[in-house]
Design a binder for this molecule. Structure first.
Ligand code: SF4
Length: 197
């Protein structure tokens, strides 16, 4: 597989949040900032300066690239830690833990890359929520691995078929930076009108 065909790990997060948003960002090349994305970008800019710390057998590395040939995934990590013989990814997010599982999916994808790169089994990862200063543990369970693999398959299909997933209005649209372009409520109204006419 050519490296340009690799799926960005962040695309899994976007796809799990909304397939239509994923298509707009990664196929149509659209992106619009809102207060949440600006805050998120500035958090990642602070985290994404390459650095390394070591204390005995434990270490932390920031901003290294993760890659999986097996799954065709690539992406920059926020933080990789080793502690008590275990290695785990930590993904930084603004805000608090939301109702959706897209952040867990991103950590699961990072864990699959790390396993391939280190040859070690990754059992847990974390999402660090900057507002609440809380590290949410993510178990790298079989169920999460299956969901990561299924999402990779779905995104591969999205990238090759380039069929636009329908914009479905939901509570997620409230915080979406692409809402003013996507107009999901108007799309839903047009679809309803077409159904009854
Ligand atoms: S506004 Fe809603 S439907 Fe449109 S891209 Fe955002 S989350 Fe998806």
């Amino acid at each position: 597989m050519n490296e340009s065909e690799y799926i960005p790990i962040a695309a899994l997060n976007q796809y799990a949040y909304c397939p239509h948003r994923c298509w707009r960002m990664f196929c149509a090349g659209e992106f619009t900032e809102n207060e949440y994305t600006i805050e998120g970008t500035s958090l990642h800019d602070r985290v994404h300066s390459l650095s390394q710390e070591k204390q005995g057998e434990d270490w932390q590395i920031r901003a290294i690239w993760l890659k999986s040939r097996q799954y065709g995934l690539i992406g920059k990590s926020d933080l990789i830690e080793a502690s008590n013989g275990e290695i785990f990814p930590v993904e930084y997010k603004r805000g608090r833990k939301g109702e959706w599982d897209n952040d867990e999916l991103q950590v699961g994808a990072q864990a699959l890359c790390l396993e391939e790169m280190t040859g070690k089994s990754i059992k847990i990862g974390y999402v660090y929520y900057a507002h609440s200063h809380h590290r949410q543990e993510v178990e790298i369970s079989e169920d999460l691995r299956d969901r990561v693999r299924q999402t990779i398959t779905d995104i591969q299909r999205l990238f090759t078929d380039n069929i636009v997933p329908q914009a479905v209005y939901s509570p997620r649209c409230r915080g979406c930076s692409l809402k003013s372009r996507c107009l999901p409520q108007a799309t839903a109204k047009v679809a309803r009108y077409q159904e009854i006419s």
